[in-house]
Design a protein around this ligand. Structure first.
Ligand SMILES: [Zn+2]
Length: 499
């Protein structure tokens, strides 16, 4: 029926064309013009004929995209790593919602742009939820925000045209990471669930378990070193792999340290998702000798000072950091010391509280963000900047002159001197032990006059006294060598030792 209609309309076109030509010949009589029209008619006829169902398509006009990312077969089963004994199978892709280019020329597929990895750090306030659209066509969700974020997360996944999540990772059973997952599990077709082997007695956890049971889902227990089973990339495409780097112990004091930490590598680009892993877990990852390098670090525990220890940051060496955090949250996240440490390492920072959902894309070579990096200058929430005493001056004039004059690693004494001519307000300043990964925050009201010196004293039994501030964390400084850094309350590096 459709074919008959098509042929009839084609004939009508030819009749019109004929009339047009006849008219032209009558008016001009110029032979070359007729030639042009005849040529146009021939081209039109060829194109129309090839569009009739059943006839062959010229290359480049195939309406069906043939990008390799859409052709993936179910991957072979692969072991998730020692310790769990559960083999994971990657299910076939649903076929919808993949992020392949709109059309790919069959003849140029070999030289076409590689498929794109898209990572959305969803703005879920003081919580985590990260949607990963893998370049092999699979979809992964890392955490689901608070229960109140259920709609936000579900809608974000829906907006990408997804009906299925091939991989679901619940980093650890705190509500700000699993609260929205029951809704996600109920709404979408779920492939394999990954979570650490730990339980809690909260409603959030019970709800997630119930949602999983209702869909007969079983979780693979995550341990450091486990390789995530992914559908393969097509030949000639950049390689794709994902490895869990934590947890590395069976029990922790803090639930955060159970966090499943994932490192994703696509071609020459790499991403680390640190969950809420804190210093204890970071030390274990370092000790395990894993490759922690990543271009983009999802900063651990919303940027709190209990994560992103100097050694860990040094090993990851990120170019970009994403902090998933709620504005004006009760915890004071992210910590000024974390911002200062990232800044000192030259890392570009992205924050969901100020910039909303952060989207990073990678073609295997280049990483792009949907926002320019956040700059601390755009937020004036520094506790200093006001004068706190009659003779006290704050700002660069005073701060520039304050230096770490000496660090006695064995006696655990740091000497800080004001070499300037004005009094400096040290309220909220930070002294960082770079190797030991600890920091001391100067209490409010501490000032240092011109030429004055004070001592920050740590160790087992630090002796109090005039001009001595006690750092009550036991031994802080590594006797083998431990650089010290001093930051003002705005996070600016003021002085380093040794200089
Ligand atoms: Zn959290």
């Amino acid at each position: 029926m459709a074919e008959t209609l098509f042929v009839v309309s084609l004939l009508a076109v030819f009749v019109l064309l004929g009339l047009l030509l006849y008219n032209l010949i009558r008016r001009t009589g110029r032979a070359w013009k007729i030639g042009v029209y005849l040529l146009a008619a021939a081209v039109l006829a060829t194109g129309a004929a090839s569009a009739i169902p059943g006839t062959s398509l010229p290359a480049g006009q195939n309406p069906v995209a043939t990008a390799p990312a859409n052709t993936g077969a179910p991957s072979a089963t692969s072991t998730p790593g020692a310790g769990t004994g559960t083999a994971t199978t990657t299910s076939p892709r649903s076929g919808t919602g993949t992020t392949t280019p709109a059309s790919v020329d069959t003849e140029t597929a070999a030289t076409a742009m590689p498929p794109v990895l898209t990572i959305s750090y969803i703005d879920v306030g003081q919580a985590d939820s990260i949607l990963v659209e893998l370049p092999n066509g699979q979809n992964m969700l890392i955490d689901g925000g608070n229960r109140a974020d259920s709609d936000t997360v579900v809608n974000c996944i829906r907006s990408r045209g997804m009906k299925r999540l091939d991989i679901l990772i619940a980093t650890h059973p705190h509500e700000d990471h699993i609260g929205g997952l029951p809704a996600v599990i109920q709404t979408f077709d779920i492939g394999q669930v990954y979570m650490p082997a730990v339980t809690t007695t909260t409603n959030a956890f019970a709800d997630m378990v119930a949602a999983m049971q209702a869909k007969k889902l079983h979780a693979v227990a995550v341990t450091g070193g486990m390789v995530l089973s992914l559908a393969p990339m097509a030949a000639g495409q950049p390689t794709l792999s994902a490895t869990f780097l934590a947890p590395n112990a069976n029990s922790y004091e803090d639930l955060n340290d159970y966090s499943a930490v994932l490192r994703l590598v696509y071609g020459g680009t790499s991403f680390l998702f640190a969950g809420d892993a804190e210093t204890v877990s970071e030390r274990e990852m370092l000790a395990a000798g894993y490759n922690l390098r990543a271009d983009v670090l999802k900063v651990g525990h919303h940027g709190s000072d209990s994560s992103t220890s100097p050694g860990f940051l040094q090993a990851v060496k990120p170019q970009y950091a994403v902090i998933s955090v709620g504005r004006d949250n009760l915890y004071g996240h992210p910590a000024p010391s974390t911002i200062a440490a990232l800044k000192a390492a030259g890392v570009q920072i992205y924050r969901t509280d100020y910039q909303g959902t952060i989207v990073a894309t990678s073609d295997g070579q280049h990483i792009r963000f949907n926002h320019p990096a956040w700059t601390p200058a755009t937020v004036a929430t520094s506790p200093t900047g006001t004068t706190s005493g009659a003779n006290t001056t704050t700002g660069t004039a005073g701060s520039a002159a304050v230096v770490i004059a000496a660090v006695d690693l064995k006696r655990e004494v740091v000497t800080i001197t004001n070499q300037g001519s004005t009094t400096a307000d040290l309220s909220g300043w930070l002294l960082l032990s770079v190797q030991g990964g600890q920091h001391f925050t100067f209490p409010a009201g501490v000032t240092l006059g011109p030429g004055q010196t004070l001592f920050v004293v740590s160790g087992k039994n630090p002796t109090p006294g005039p001009g001595r501030l006690i750092w009550p964390q036991g031994n802080v400084w590594n006797n083998e060598g431990d650089p010290a850094q001093l930051y003002d309350a705005k996070g600016n590096l003021v002085s380093s030792y040794p200089r």
